[in-house]
Design a protein around this ligand. Sequence first.
Ligand SMILES: [Zn+2]
Length: 296
Amino acid sequence: MKRSHNLIIIGVILLLINGCKKDIDSAAKSPIIPPIDSLYAETERIIRNEYDFRAIFTWNQYKELLSKLKQDKFIVMPINEMRNTFDESKVVVGLRHDIDFNPFKALEMSKIEKDNGIRSTYYILATADYYGYFNLSGVVRNRSMSRLYKKLYDNGAEIGIHNDLLTVMISNKLDPFVFNQNELAFYNSLNIPIYGTAAHGSPIAKATVPNYMMFSDYAKKDTLEYNQEKYLIGQHSLKEYGFEYEAYFINFNIYYSDSGGKWNDPEGFDGILKKLDDSKPGDRIQILAHPDWWGK
Ligand SMILES: [Zn+2]
C-alpha cells in the first residue's frame, strides 16, 4: 500500500512539474527552476525518506568488503564480463547489485566502487517507485532518474534490467514482450548498452514462478494461474527478448547474497568475509549486494 502511495506522489509531482514547465515557457520573466532538477530533488527526498532508514550495513563495511576483493587473489568485474572470464589462477568475482527501492544508495555505492577501482553491474527495476508509474499503455518513466542511470554507467558500471515481467503482465496488464522492447529502446536512447537481466523476487513471482521463467530457456511450463486467471509464460527466448544472459544462469559455483538484508551465511557479513579468505583460485563467485541495505 505504501509503495503505491509513493508511486502516486511521484506521479503527481511529474504532472505538476510538466504543468509548471508550460507556465515557465509562457512567462519568460518567472524565476526559472529547471524542472528536471526539482523532480530529481523531490524524488530523492521521497525515496530517501521512505527507504534510507532500512540500511543495515555501513559504508565502512562495504569498503571492508571491497578492500578484501582488491587482494591479488581476486579479479572483480560486472556480470557480463564475468560470464566470459575464465582464469584458473584467480578467484573470479562477478559483483552485482539489484536496485529494488533506493537508486540513491546505488549511486553512493557506485561512487565507493569507483574510488576503489572496482566495477560491477546495477540492475534497474521498472516496477519500482523510483522508476515511474504505470498506466494502460505502459510505464510513464520518472525522467529525472535517467541522469542517475547514466551516472552509474559513467562511474564504470554495467547497467542491466532487473526483470519483473510477471508483475508487468499480471498487475499492469501489459504485454511483457512489447514492454521489454520499449525498455531496451529507452536504454538505447540513453546510450547505455544492455546485455543482461536478473530476475526480481517480486511478491507475484514468490506466489507463482521466478521471473526468469518468462524466458523459454528456463520456463518449466507455458502457462501459470494467478487469481483464477491464466497467463502465458516462456513464449520467447532470452535472446528473442534481446538479452545475452540471465544473471542466475551464468557460470559460477559460489553465490553470496544479502537478500532481505541477511547474508546467506550463518555468521552473516563476517562469515562472508571469512569465506572469501578461504576461497581458492578457480572459484567463481557471484556476489549480490542490494544497495538498499547499505549506508547505515
Ligand atoms: Zn529484486
